[in-house]
Design a protein around this ligand. Structure first.
Ligand code: ADP
Length: 497
């Protein structure tokens, strides 16, 4: 089975969130499960740097496509190559005027959306549809696997361009429904999209064009990154205005839990941490904690329950609840360390809160991959109080590193963390702490329960051991995707078959 995997981020070359981690790990796991996978990404500077280009570029067919194909110089083209570090086969959509810019992949250096985002990502979708329809004579995918709103127009272009050609199946995966790619209707003609699609059961969303809705309406199947989130997004509360569309397509919607790349996140071999440890050899964790407390300006205290968060600072992540519980956290002898970047207001409120507790609470602003590893390794508790969470990865990293997750019981967090209760402690299934109402009061009471367990070292160690032995394997996820792909493209078989 041949899969074209289309996304916009790839760890470690370009990452703003979990999408990049998935883009690195899932294709490799799909290959282990027997498929042949090629990636398609925009040639952002960070990505292009890590790719060895081979062979001749492919030109994109401009017929009926985004206007920019006829006006942009040099003309956009597809480069073929391999990711240097992994030898993963990849196509890069090369259009320097669109993708090689100072700033992020979606936002400029001031944090504003690039004004031509509709065109930038429509072009990616157009290129994907072309490959899907066989524009690379050497390699034609059976399935196009599209990720998040940037790729939502792929099934639309596939339908518009198919005519009597064989079309691949298209699977659309939602990593976060809150980011939807909504643009004024006036961009339609420039994207080569006919007015006839601009209806309520097409790509129109409250008078505008929605890439996300396009993906949901036209893909053959929709997946999201945890079973619980798949159910939640069909409700009015969590549907971000698209719950009706999702309910309409319910029989095509499923949740497949993300995995963890345990070759990157492994406390027994992680090259980014000062000392190694694992179940049965936990001494290294104490050393790492000591070193991190010292490096971060926290009081060096082995008995302090070190609570951490490694996160985007956005409304979604719930970090704005933390200042309200900090007094109680420090009063119980705990410490707080937050590594995050994003929303200036949330950053300011955390900065103000931690400034009241020098030596016990620290905020590190920025995006720092090596530090994220050291923090996970040192932590006793990883806080993930997200308002909603499609899957969440940091609680999974926390589990493996013996940092018990304390999470709001939603989405993938609810699917992966088992609350400590009398029953779960007795049957050894407990792995962390959950709270149900999205409020500082509920967060605080979960924290108090964490402190209570922390004061019973033997019980704490037993939960920690269980947490560290849990595995969220990418191969399991890859097998579930493969089964779905085979249902949609039964004629394809597997590469190894
Ligand atoms: P999302 O994709 O919504 O941001 P996830 O939990 O799925 O949330 O993935 C976040 C990923 O980004 C994790 O790999 C996490 O370690 C990483 N991350 C988030 N913020 C930072 C940061 N400030 N520094 C380093 N890594 C970060």
């Amino acid at each position: 089975m041949k899969i074209l995997y289309v996304c916009t981020e790839l760890y470690p070359l370009l990452k703003t969130g979990g999408l990049a981690d998935v883009g690195a790990a899932l294709p490799a796991a799909l290959q282990s499960a027997g498929s042949e996978v090629r990636l398609l990404l925009p040639a952002f500077a960070g990505i292009a740097k890590g790719v060895r280009v081979e062979g001749l570029p492919l030109l994109l067919s401009p017929e009926g496509g985004p206007e920019i194909l006829r006006t942009l110089q040099p003309a956009p083209r597809l480069l073929r190559g391999q990711v240097e570090a992994t030898s993963q086969e990849v196509y890069l959509l090369d259009a320097p005027a669109l993708y090689q810019r100072e700033g992020g992949p979606y936002l400029d250096a001031q944090g504003r959306e690039w004004t031509d985002n509709a065109m930038r990502f429509a072009l990616l979708c157009w290129a994907a549809a072309g490959l899907g329809l066989g524009e690379d004579r050497q390699w034609r995918p059976d399935v196009v696997h599209a990720h998040d709103w940037h790729t939502g127009l792929i099934p639309v272009y596939l339908q518009l361009r198919a005519q009597d050609r064989v079309t691949p199946a298209c699977v659309f995966t939602i990593h976060n429904l809150a980011y939807q790619g909504v643009f004024p209707a006036s961009v339609l003609p420039a994207l080569g999209l006919p007015e006839s699609l601009f209806t309520m059961d097409g790509i129109e969303f409250y008078g505008q064009l929605s890439f996300m809705k396009a993906g949901l309406q036209f893909a053959d199947a929709i997946t999201t990154v945890s079973p619980r989130y798949a159910r939640e997004i069909m409700t009015h509360e969590q549907g971000c205005g698209l719950d009706g569309v999702l309910r309409f397509r319910a029989e095509h919607v499923s949740g497949i839990l993300n995995g963890v790349d345990y070759s990157v996140w492994d406390p027994s071999a992680d090259p980014l941490i000062d000392a190694h440890f694992d179940v049965g050899t936990m001494g290294g964790k104490r050393l790492v904690k000591q070193a991190l407390q010292r490096a971060m300006g926290l009081e060096v205290r082995a008995d302090a329950m070190l609570c951490v968060a490694v996160t985007r600072l956005s409304e979604q992540k719930g970090l704005h609840l933390v200042p309200a519980v900090l007094d109680a956290l420090v009063a119980q002898g705990g410490q707080l360390l937050v590594l995050g970047s994003g929303d200036a207001e949330i950053e300011e409120s955390i900065r103000e809160a931690v400034s009241r507790f020098p030596g016990q609470a620290v905020l590190r602003v920025g995006y720092d991959e090596p530090l994220a590893h050291r923090i996970m390794a040192a932590a006793d508790v990883v806080l993930v109080p997200s308002r909603f969470e499609p899957c969440g990865l940091t609680q999974l990293y926390g589990l493996r590193y013996g940092a018990l997750p304390l999470v709001h019981a939603v989405g993938g967090l609810a699917d992966t963390v088992t609350d400590c209760t009398a029953e779960t402690l007795a049957d050894h299934s407990a792995s962390g702490f959950t709270f149900h109402e999205f409020s500082a009061t509920d967060l605080d009471s979960a924290l108090q329960r964490a402190f209570a367990l922390y004061r019973r070292p033997a019980d704490w160690a037993s939960v920690q051991q269980h947490a560290m032995q849990l595995r969220f394997d990418w191969l399991v996820a890859a097998q579930a995707y493969t089964a779905l792909f085979q249902r949609l493209a039964p004629q394809a078989g597997t590469a190894s078959a």
